[in-house]
Design a protein. Sequence first.
Length: 114
Amino acid sequence: MSEAAILFHEIATRHAALADVAIGKMMTSPGIRYQTKNYAFYHEERMCFKLGKNYDIEIHGITEWSYLSPFKTKPAMTAWYYVSYIHADTWKPLAIIALDKMKLAMNKNKTKAI
């Protein structure tokens, strides 16, 4: 197992100990979800985080990143940010930010339903 995979597993295990958080799949990759929605996953030595459209990923000093673009004929998913293992020191804080944003979004959706 690579250092990147070990780090992802460590992050995922810590998050899975939190209420309503579980390890699951995002497409075919290992991921982390809050309730029913994924907010982070690991693929090809990178982590991908759902941080929202217009999030300024570069404020963390990240220079190697890209949007999630799983489909050749569709535009990139600009709420999702792939971060290279070169910036592994940002993975833990970004996972927390992604979880916090997902919690906020899920709670807003519950309020709208009431």
